[in-house]
Each structure stands twice: as structure tokens, then as C-alpha cells.
Design a protein around this ligand. Structure first.
Ligand code: NAP
Length: 285
């Protein structure tokens, strides 16, 4: 029951009506017996300042931020985690006294879903395709977590230059060997995928209308590799079907979604979200 003592958590972004975050967090709060509630609020970037001021004034215990507000929220926060600062994007905010601290759990969420299947990023050779919000979160967190090498691929479009500068700065900051290559360079992509311990596709390829496509060929994949698709609709993308056929370990995007929420609850409440029970309750397993 919601009472006068119930702690409020929320999602700010636009659109949010199809977000799965309320279902995941409220299922978790119920499982854990926590007097907490999670709601969604449609907030556009021009309203972020007012939304954050409202969350401060009303004593929200924490909130998530999604597209298109992940960068716009930053100037309204008091402090950023190293990952959020490097990514230039915040998806989780924790209230500590009067201060609001911004974090980013997207990359850590994906890597936790990989760790859950027995693959450790520390020292690993990682290939990441796509350098949008999801891809940047993954390659940044992989570098922060001590990957041995991170090979990033993206299209040679207007964001190639800025991404290249970001990757060079991240390499300098972490000491990890990071490279950025045009995804159209198929020989380089094949080499990186063949050599990788963990392959991540963080592009829109695999979801409608690109559901029949894969950036990676089956013959590049092998047993002993984790192959992750950030897409979770469909659950089994073309890439994951190829990975299964090649004997690699396919990991779907629901893991990233669940674990970014679980890490947010660790940050807000210092609790361990019952990930398997939330997966069952929200996604049927
Ligand atoms: P975004 O910031 O808009 O970036 C779009 C990404 O998709 C970029 O990497 C872009 O490549 C790539 N892309 C788009 N169309 C493409 C095409 N025709 N061929 C090759 N690459 C293409 O979006 P995002 O937030 O990073 O999301 C990327 C994917 O991750 C989406 O499928 C999204 O559903 C998924 N996602 C999943 C979770 C989760 O929790 N599982 C969370 C966030 C996102 P360029 O950089 O080369 O332009």
C-alpha cells in the first residue's frame, strides 16, 4: 500500500508510456517488501530543469533519465560518477542529502549480463559495433573495467570524427587500447570479431525494419565467445541465431535492461534486485 512514508522513484524522458522500467522496479520493490513506488513522467529536454527542481523539492529518493534527456540533465546535478562524466550521459540519479549524484548504469548493466553468463570483461578482447548511446556506454564501461582491448566500429557519418576524439581521450585516460574503425571495412570487422572474447552489437540492426540483417557473419563466430545484442525485441535477433548456430554464447538485450535497473537499485537503496524473479514476472522468463 502506498502511504505517507512511501519512497518515490521515477523515470523522466519522452516518450515514456511504453517504458518497462515501472514494471521492473515495482516488481522488484514488491519482491523485496520495500515501501517504494516507481512512476513515469513525460519530460522533454526543455522541461528537465523544472523536473529536477521538482524532484529535489518533493524529496524523490532517486530517478532514472531516458531519451532525450540523458545529456540535458547533467547541468542540473551536483556531481557525476566517473562513468557518467566520460559518457556525457546520465540514466540514474541518486539523492544524497541535498545533493543529486548522476550515474550511468547502461554499460555496467550490459557487462553484468555478460558476467552472469561467465564472461569477465577484465582483460578481455571486446568488439563493439555501434557508438550511439548504448554503444558509447558499453565501450566506455569496458575500458573503465579494464578490458584488454576494445575495437569499436561505426558508420562513417557525421558523428565519426567526434566519436574518434572521444575514443582517443578514453584510451589516454584508461590506458586501454581502444580503436574506432568504419563498420564498412569488412576485413577489419571480421578480424576484430574473430579475435574477440565478447562481441556486442549496439546498433538498431536486428530490430524492425532491419530484423533480417546482422552486422556479423556466422563463420566469424565460435564457441567460447559471448555474443550480445542490445536489441531485445525480438528476443532472438538474427545475430543471436547465428551465434547459437556457431556454438557461441548468445546473450539478448533483456539482460542489459534488467541489470541496468538492478544496478540503479543498488545505487539508490543498496539492495540486490531479484533479477530472475523480476525477469519471470515482467517478461515471462
Ligand atoms: P542511438 O543513440 O540513436 O544510436 C543508434 C545506433 O544505431 C548507432 O550506433 C547507429 O550507428 C546505429 N544504427 C542505426 N541505424 C543503423 C543502420 N542502418 N546500420 C548500422 N547501424 C545503425 O540509439 P541507442 O540508444 O544507442 O540504441 C541502439 C540500440 O540499442 C537500439 O536497438 C536500442 O533498442 C538498443 N538499446 C537497448 C537497451 C537495453 O537495455 N537492452 C538500452 C538502450 C538501447 P552509427 O553510430 O554508425 O550512426
Amino acid at each position: 500500500m502506498i502511504s505517507g512514508r512511501t519512497k518515490a522513484f521515477a523515470l523522466f524522458g519522452s516518450p515514456v508510456e511504453h517504458s518497462l522500467s515501472p514494471a521492473m522496479h515495482n516488481a522488484s520493490f514488491a519482491e523485496l517488501g520495500l515501501d517504494c513506488v516507481y512512476l513515469c513522467h513525460d519530460v522533454v529536454p526543455s522541461a528537465v530543469a523544472a523536473a529536477v527542481a521538482g524532484a529535489r523539492a518533493m524529496g524523490f529518493a532517486g530517478f532514472n533519465v531516458t531519451m532525450p534527456c540523458k545529456a540535458a540533465v547533467i547541468e542540473h546535478l551536483d556531481e557525476l560518477s566517473p562513468a557518467a562524466r566520460l559518457m556525457g550521459a546520465v540514466n540514474t540519479v541518486k539523492r544524497e542529502g541535498d545533493r543529486l549524484i548522476g550515474h550511468n548504469t547502461d554499460g555496467a548493466g550490459l557487462l553484468r549480463s555478460v558476467a552472469e553468463r561467465g564472461f569477465n570483461v577484465a582483460g578481455a578482447d571486446v568488439a563493439v559495433i555501434g557508438a550511439g548511446g548504448a554503444g558509447s556506454a558499453v565501450f566506455t564501461q569496458a575500458a573503465l573495467d579494464g578490458a584488454g582491448r576494445v575495437s569499436v566500429f561505426k558508420r562513417a557519418n557525421a558523428s565519426f570524427g567526434p566519436t574518434s576524439q572521444k575514443i582517443a581521450a578514453l584510451s589516454e585516460r584508461t590506458g586501454v587500447n581502444l580503436t574506432l574503425t568504419d563498420v564498412a571495412d569488412e576485413a577489419a570487422l571480421e578480424r576484430a570479431v574473430r579475435e574477440a572474447d565478447i562481441v556486442v552489437d549496439a546498433t538498431r540492426v536486428g530490430m524492425a525494419p532491419l530484423e533480417s540483417q546482422s552486422n556479423v557473419r556466422e563463420e566469424w563466430l565460435r564457441p567460447g565467445q559471448a555474443v550480445v545484442d542490445t536489441v531485445y525485441h525480438p528476443r532472438e535477433t538474427k545475430l543471436l541465431a547465428l551465434a547459437a548456430r556457431a556454438g557461441a554464447t548468445p546473450i539478448d538485450g533483456l539482460g542489459m535492461l534488467l541489470w541496468q535497473a538492478a544496478i540503479a537499485e543498488e545505487i539508490w537503496l543498496d539492495v540486490a534486485m531479484p533479477v530472475d524473479r523480476v525477469r519471470e514476472a515482467v517478461f515471462g522468463g
